[in-house]
Design a protein. Structure first.
Length: 315
């Protein structure tokens, strides 16, 4: 069992989202307890709508060890929502996330905590040697390469579930959809730029089977596009739509001007020229983009409940 400090608050909170992992929970709780022996800790299992006996095992573990806590969601919401539910309930100064399938090694946690104490805001695990089928490893490498290029964050493994954070980081971010893959990006946007990476051991799955298919990568890319767009243009939609509006309008006006010169000075028949319709189409599309930008600005200006800025310190 873990130890508690005088205030009753743990130093480390380990958040574990799970779906139908009853076979691994007892062993995982035991391994975490050994890894954090001598440290005040809590384990927060988040049951994301399991249909097996996972919740019963969590209740059993809680009865044996009060440092083990449980959150049961009414249905399966997904990993990001499960993590967010855990973040809202943690009490520790440092927060660690890991998967429940025993592929993440709890013995990595102490060193990750030391890296946080050394100044890192977030420590992301890197499964340098993976024990997964090629159907997971190849798409994952491609996904990580694209994410590195688009975000500018030099991490090898955005998908690794084993991460450690200062509590202030998890208090500032909000996860939904597939955003658990982009926690380093969300943290960076909130001003937590000291992001470190640690190679971690990765074990072969011992029980059950993976809950993720290839569709998660498509969903992840769509969420990345949404995330990048919202962060850059939510407060200035005209900068995005207006840019395309200007490009289309200039092209449409240029084409229409060229055709007008050909008609006036050379008497050419324009009624059957596809270029005429292209010029008109570009002008219409350009006006539409401008209109969308104006509407976005009006909606944005009318919002009362804006996202609060992240405050680094107050004197």
């Amino acid at each position: 069992m873990g130890e508690s400090d005088k205030s009753g608050s743990p130093e480390v909170s380990v958040v574990i989202p799970l779906l139908n992992e009853e076979s691994s929970l007892r062993e995982l709780a035991q391994l975490i307890g050994k890894a954090l022996q001598g440290t005040a800790y809590e384990i927060v299992f988040v049951d994301d709508g399991s249909t097996d006996g996972s919740w019963g095992v969590i209740r059993e573990l809680h009865a044996l060890n009060p440092n083990v806590r449980g959150i049961r969601l009414r249905r399966n919401y997904g990993k990001s929502d499960a993590l967010q539910a855990g973040f809202e309930e943690v009490r520790g100064k440092y927060v660690v996330t890991m998967d429940a399938d025993l592929q993440d090694d709890p013995n990595e946690i102490p060193e990750m905590i030391e890296m946080l104490k050394g100044g890192s805001d977030l420590v992301s695990g890197w499964k340098k040697v993976r024990h997964d089928p090629i159907t997971k490893t190849v798409p994952s490498r491609f996904f990580n390469a694209v994410t590195r290029w688009t975000t500018g964050i030099r991490l090898h493994d955005f998908n690794c579930g084993l991460k450690a954070y200062h509590r202030k980081v998890t208090d500032e971010i909000y996860l939904y959809g597939e955003l658990h893959r982009y926690v380093p990006l969300l943290a960076k946007w909130k001003g937590f730029g000291n992001i470190s990476e640690k190679p971690v051991k990765h074990h072969a799955r011992k029980y059950g089977k993976t809950k993720f298919g290839l569709s998660r990568f498509l969903n992840g890319f769509l969420d990345l596009v949404t995330l990048l767009f919202v962060n850059r243009y939510m407060q200035r939609p005209m900068h995005f739509f207006g840019l395309f509006g200007v490009i289309f309008l200039i092209a449409g006006v240029a084409i229409s001007g060229y055709l007008a010169v050909m008609k006036i000075f050379y008497g050419e028949n324009l009624g059957d020229r596809p270029l005429l319709f292209l010029g008109i189409l570009l002008i219409v599309v350009g006006v539409q983009f401008f209109s969308i930008g104006f509407l976005g600005e009006m909606i944005n200006k009318g919002q009362v409940d804006r996202q609060k800025p992240s405050i680094a310190s107050i004197l």
